[in-house]
Design a protein around this ligand. Structure first.
Ligand SMILES: Nc1nc2c(ncn2[C@@H]2O[C@H](COP(=O)(O)OP(=O)(O)OP(=O)(O)O)[C@@H](O)[C@H]2O)c(=O)[nH]1
Ligand SMILES: [Mg+2]
Ligand SMILES: [Zn+2]
Length: 218
């Protein structure tokens, strides 16, 4: 049993080392990398589609899914370069997978790499992929109680996005509870409400990413 623990620790250590290498490379190339994390169906790909249609910065997307290239195909239809990683059962992305995907990208022409992690509110929060920031994506139909029930992601995220806010008038949502709990866990996180369906909040989100791109260039 102790042997098993030590193997796991060495795998984790190797992965952290790769994350460090990726972070250095991105820093050299002045590319911002955002790691989007949220439940299956929270609206991560829809958010990316809306972002890429409206953004002026040059982007690429790394898609993480257990199977299929459906999300990468959706991103490619916006005219943005997308690389699909299939984890074949793995419930989160690890840095060696991101490293492989990055080899497929022409880094010289890029301002931002968006990673869409495997749909999962739990373990993706534990893994460093070399990103500048984890972005928590939580949607209205999931309910407002999620931040305190899944605190690791919400407390580590640099930004928290509440998606599908167009649905509030149909199904209700206690915004006070949701944002109060996020604030309690993570007062420094940027907090935004968006709808990829009606476009509300999307420009504000794009402006925020653009500001981060500017900060990374300096
Ligand atoms: N009403 C509404 N529906 C949305 C919105 N964004 C996404 N959806 C719907 O939610 C469903 C899931 O959206 P996706 O963008 O595929 O979600 P995802 O988080 O990428 O899902 P996985 O990659 O499977 O984890 C789709 O049926 C979308 O049409 C939104 O802003 N409002
Ligand atoms: Mg998706
Ligand atoms: Zn996992």
């Amino acid at each position: 049993m102790p042997r098993r623990i030590s193997i796991r620790q060495s795998v984790m250590a190797a992965d952290e080392k790769i994350a460090g290498l990726l972070r250095r490379k991105l820093s050299e190339k002045k590319i911002l990398m955002l790691n989007l994390i949220g439940s299956p169906g929270a609206g991560k790909t829809a958010l990316l589609e809306a972002t890429l249609k409206g953004a002026r910065f040059r982007s690429a997307v790394i898609e993480g899914d257990i199977a299929t290239s459906r999300d990468a195909d959706r991103i490619a239809r916006t005219g943005t370069r997308a690389v699909q990683i299939n984890t074949r059962g793995g419930c989160h992305l690890e840095s060696h997978l991101v490293q492989k995907a990055m080899e497929e990208l022409d880094l010289d022409g890029l301002d931002v790499i968006f990673i869409e992690n495997v749909g999962n509110l739990v373990c993706p929060a534990e893994f460093d992929l070399g990103e500048d920031m984890k972005v928590a994506v939580s949607s209205v139909p999931e309910g407002p109680d999620k931040p305190l029930k899944y605190p690791h992601l919400f407390s580590r995220a640099g930004a928290v996005l509440l998606t599908k806010v167009d649905l509030v008038r149909h199904i209700g949502f206690d915004r006070g509870l949701f944002w109060g709990d996020v604030e309690g866990l993570n007062p420094l996180a940027r907090k935004l409400e968006v709808s990829s369906l009606d476009g509300s909040g999307i420009q504000e989100w794009i402006d925020l990413v653009e500001k981060w791109v500017g900060e990374k260039r300096k």
